[in-house]
Design a protein around this ligand. Structure first.
Ligand SMILES: Cc1cc2nc3c(=O)[nH]c(=O)nc-3n(C[C@H](O)[C@H](O)[C@H](O)COP(=O)(O)O)c2cc1C
Length: 390
């Protein structure tokens, strides 16, 4: 079973991730992992923190001579900002540090601050926001990059793009090649494949900057080259659509998920929604009239591209703070302001790619197993032959 965990506070020494369950022999390039971290940091509308950090992984276990060895993989990512927080978040308390704390007693609406303070019984929400922060997703993207390296071996690739920022939306279909080109870009504005619409998206972010506001949006993750039969219809928790939905909604600020053309489908007649089935005798394979199902039917991949969208609410921290209450005095107060992003939709797309890659890699290993890449490939090839000869 492929599984990962992350640890680390937003302003702590390191972010940490472990990934266990990958077979031995998967080639991993540090440069490719760091490139994913770089992609997560990009996008017009990011705040000052991303200017401080320049994320790079230190892999300390599980990968030797540029390949996995079957043991758990352990990754560290240093927080450069830690140097400004050594007295505010020390591991060990000592005298004189009390006034160095950066307490948050005015919880920010839309954040974990209030619910977390009540749940963990802190009258200072600092520890809550340190962990609830989306800085944690840096660790997810690092392990996601390794899941991608694994899927690459089977011709499966996962990419994303931005479909909407605030009220500006792109409606046209997007070719896989456009996503590949976008993923190689050296400059990322808002991660939209259409440069005209992207400029309009930028205007939306500019307006938020001007007015001390924030904007949300929609990203789309596409997994290409996925074989039919990952996940299963047999029980609720083996359905891959549900597992992907959880993975996407687990991303901070994502409040909704759509698989394929779900919203459009709900407003249409059935005859316009399902993807017709055909057979191509020359290729000796089944083909489909469209891909409105987003590559998933009955909780299983059906061999078409997997298409999943994440809907982000606008960032909660506003330069013009919302009403709140002081946790200590119980008096009305304006919410605390922490240095903040204004728009994070492209970054959320990259995080979405990681989450989809991790879920697909997990489902892939459930089906094909293997302690070494050679063994997994042998199992996969046998299955492909079965599908071909069906
Ligand atoms: C890449 C990324 C960066 C984010 N940066 C910020 C930020 O700078 N300020 C902020 O208030 N929220 C930010 N968020 C969102 C919060 O982390 C999130 O809204 C908060 O933890 C509450 O969780 P929830 O919105 O999922 O309920 C970011 C989210 C993502 C995906």
């Amino acid at each position: 079973m492929l599984r990962f965990e992350t640890a680390g506070e937003s302003h702590g020494e390191y972010l940490v991730a472990t990934l266990a369950g990958l077979p031995a022999g998967v080639p991993v390039r540090l440069e490719a992992v760091n490139r994913e971290l770089w992609r997560r940091q990009q996008g017009y509308g990011r705040g000052g923190r991303m200017k401080i950090e320049s994320d790079r992984v230190e892999i300390v276990a599980g990968i030797r001579h540029s390949a996995t060895i079957g043991s758990p993989i352990a990754i560290l990512i240093r927080n450069r900002d830690w140097q400004n927080w050594t007295d505010a978040l020390p591991v060990e308390d000592s005298e004189g540090l009390e006034e160095k704390r950066r307490s948050v007693t005015r919880p920010r609406p839309g954040h974990a601050d209030l619910a977390g303070a009540l749940k963990y019984n802190f009258h200072d929400a600092r520890y809550i926001l340190e962990r609830a922060s989306a800085r944690e997703t840096t660790a997810r993207v690092a392990v996601g990059a390794i899941a991608k390296a694994f899927l690459d071996q089977f011709g499966i690739h996962v990419l994303s793009h931005v479909v909407a920022v605030g009220g500006v939306r792109m409606f046209r279909p997007v070719a896989w090649e456009e996503l590949v080109a976008l993923s190689h870009a050296e400059e990322i504005l808002l991660g939209c494949v259409d440069t005209v619409i992207e400029q309009k998206m930028k205007e939306e972010v500019d307006q938020a900057y001007r007015t001390g506001d924030t904007v949300g949006g929609v990203f789309e993750v596409v997994a290409h080259g996925v074989p039919p039969g990952l996940g299963s219809h047999i029980s609720w928790d083996s359905r891959l659509d549900g597992r992907l939905a959880q993975a996407i909604v687990s991303i901070q600020a994502v409040k909704g998920v759509e698989i394929g053309h779900a919203a459009e489908g709900a407003a249409s007649f059935g005859s316009k929604v399902q993807d017709t089935i055909h057979y191509d005798p020359e290729q000796r394979g089944f083909t489909r009239g469209a891909n409105r199902a987003g590559g998933l039917e009955g909780g299983m991949t059906n061999g078409q591209d997997v298409v999943v969208r994440g809907f982000l609410k606008p960032i909660s921290t506003l330069r013009r703070p919302l009403e709140s209450v002081d946790l200590v005095t119980r008096e009305p107060a304006l919410a605390a302001y922490e240095r903040s992003d204004v728009c994070v939709v492209p970054a959320a797309g990259v995080i979405g790619e990681s989450m989809v890659a991790l879920v697909l890699a997990q489902a892939f290993l459930e089906k094909f197993g293997g302690d070494s890449l050679t063994e997994t490939k042998r199992n996969f090839d046998n299955y492909l032959e079965q599908v071909r000869d069906f």
